[in-house]
Ligand binder design. Sequence first.
Ligand SMILES: C[S@@+](CC[C@H](N)C(=O)[O-])C[C@H]1O[C@@H](n2cnc3c(N)ncnc32)[C@H](O)[C@@H]1O
Length: 263
Amino acid sequence: MLTDNPELYEARFPDTDRLAGRWAEDCLRRHGAGNRVLDIGCGTGRDAAHLHAAGRTVVAADLSEAMLAHARTHHPGPDYRRADLRDFDLREPGLHEEPFDAVVCLDSALLYCHTNAELDGFLASCRRSLAPGGLLVAEMRNGAYFLGRTDLLDAPAVHGFTWQGTTYTSTTTLSVDRTAQLLRRTRIWTADDGSPPYEQRSAWRLLFPQELRHLLAAHGFDALDLHDGPGPRTRPAWQEGDAPGGSADRDRLHLVARLTRDD
Ligand SMILES: C[S@@+](CC[C@H](N)C(=O)[O-])C[C@H]1O[C@@H](n2cnc3c(N)ncnc32)[C@H](O)[C@@H]1O
């Protein structure tokens, strides 16, 4: 529902201070990234537009046409394209011939790669897209958080908010599918405008820090930062000047990796 309704998505997950975009820009600067950035799984385009405003040349891609239409209208600047993050090549003769200096993938979009083959497809696509020494910057849930913890699984999370005069309530239930190594989510939406309840199902890969390091190395990347915060979705949230943390225990994972091998 939120993927089909970007305005509702931004109302439900406001980021008025552009914290995620600022954090991504800070990572790019700290590691001396060049100017050309690809934001893959860009959603409503908020972060891509922030990177554009920071002076970068940005191509931003998503699978959802609704997200892309919203992004083009509400967050202009980047070149918005439709692509599947599990297998993409956004370079185009005469338009985007140069490789990218960085690929950015925020708010767990990477975890829509459910299988090992899809993760390989994502990393192979990043490698194909990047210049030697290029960066991958990602932010996502941390699979390791669920080892020995059930606080996010024990009871449904209920969240209400009002948008354009209608009050929406989401009831979210999370469960771990150990066989597929997925975090499955069922979310039921109700609204006080008389519309019937709507059930949405999705899933994220439960990716563990050491597993991620191994996958990155197999695809020619060195993990420069891999930690649980501070970041744009941690509490307390990241602020300019904060250094990357040293553990990977809490529920968000922040990654900066460099493409060091391109054979
Ligand atoms: C949680 S949103 C994150 C959006 C944005 N990166 C942000 O941080 O606000 C995940 C996005 O991934 C997109 N997505 C899901 N599967 C995808 C795929 N296979 N290829 C490209 N985008 C995908 C969805 O359409 C959605 O816009």
